[in-house]
Design a protein around this ligand. Structure first.
Ligand code: A3P
Length: 320
């Protein structure tokens, strides 16, 4: 479908216009593909990734629904996985001068964007990449023919919604006539960037139960409550556990401090920098708290979204 620039626009337009479409509160309409909602450019990038991306056994993917803690998990995974090349306390650690989204790109939204076929050979091994793609849409080579690892972070949908709303406002992604109430109604119906969040979370949760060696499921709230515990889980899962010497010398806390919200938000690169992909780094840091939804949503809205979460997750084991 996407081979050749000439064919691209007409065939893509025909394909996209055959899909269910919703206006939503974003400036661009959303299209439903494989059960999830995407804008047209992200959808083309997703399909291009499905078609062209070849996973390697050593690949590691940070995966999430938007606003669930991706920036934090990208930072932690980068610091952890590359701690031999980049000692955590080094004055020139890459996370001090680059935002995590530059260091850990999205395969679809960054690399296979705009009909580009990137040179994946130039990445250091193991390759650390990211995606918001739902499990159902992952390239076959990730799902079936490689032993690559997925680390997924989920978050209470009501906090993810509030975070997404602010992100959209700060990054200029919303139709200015739209209200938070409209956005909320759409979100509850699943009509949001990579929504429905509930299906997204459930697909990866089920994968983590089926294949615990290749999918690690983390919750933002648990990570906030017990960061060291979950960083050690991540290290064990990725096959780079902390040695006794590292434990002794405090590497766990060093990584947590390097990647903490308070540290990252204060760095010049995150205050004023713009990522390679043209996004202001500061939009990825807001409050970094659990339960912020109560400051923005009415009791009725909270009751509604919590009810959906309870219904959708009941029986899955996710609510415990
Ligand atoms: P809030 O908007 O609730 O503050 P994502 O990285 O998936 O886009 O998610 C962004 C959310 O994670 C934002 O939540 C942001 O403030 C929070 N966040 C960013 N960096 C963080 C960190 N180092 N620790 C904890 N939360 C972080």
């Amino acid at each position: 479908l996407f081979d050749g620039q000439e064919l691209l626009s007409q065939e893509c337009q025909d394909f996209i216009s055959s899909l269910p479409k919703e206006k939503s509160i974003t400036l661009q309409p959303l299209y439903q593909y494989q059960g999830f909602w995407h804008n047209d450019r992200c959808l083309l990038a997703l399909i291009s990734t499905q078609k062209h991306f070849e996973a390697q056994d050593s690949d590691v993917f940070v995966v999430s629904n938007p606003k669930c803690g991706t920036t934090w998990l990208k930072s932690l995974t980068f610091a952890l996985l590359y701690r031999k090349q980049h000692p955590v306390t080094a004055q020139n650690h890459p996370l001090l001068s680059s935002n995590a989204h530059d260091l850990v790109p999205y395969i679809d939204m960054n690399l296979f964007y705009d009909n580009k076929i990137p040179d994946m050979e130039s990445f250091p091994s193991p390759r650390l990449l990211a995606t918001h793609m739902p499990y159902v849409s992952l390239p076959d080579s990730i799902k079936n023919s490689s032993k690559c690892k997925l680390v997924y972070v989920s978050r209470d949908p009501k906090d993810a919604f509030v975070s997404l709303w602010h992100h959209g406002c700060n990054a200029g992604l919303h139709d200015l006539n739209s209200s938070m109430e409209e956005a909320f109604e759409d979100y509850c119906k699943g009509i949001s960037f990579y929504g429905p969040i509930w299906d997204h979370v459930l697909q990866y949760w089920n994968q983590s139960l089926l294949n615990p060696q290749t999918t690690l499921f983390l919750k933002y709230e648990d990570m906030k409550a017990h960061p060291a515990l979950h960083l050690r889980r991540l290290a064990d899962f990725l096959g780079c556990p902390f040695s006794a010497e590292e434990e002794e010398s405090g590497v766990v806390d060093q990584i947590l401090n390097l990647c903490s919200f308070d540290h990252l938000i204060g760095l010049q690169v995150n205050k004023t920098g713009v990522s390679k992909w043209g996004v202001d780094n500061n939009v990825f840091f807001r409050r970094g708290q659990v339960g912020d939804a109560k400051n923005y949503l009415s009791e009725e809205m909270i009751k509604k979204i919590d009810g959906i979460t309870r219904d959708r997750f009941s029986g899955s084991g996710l609510l415990s």
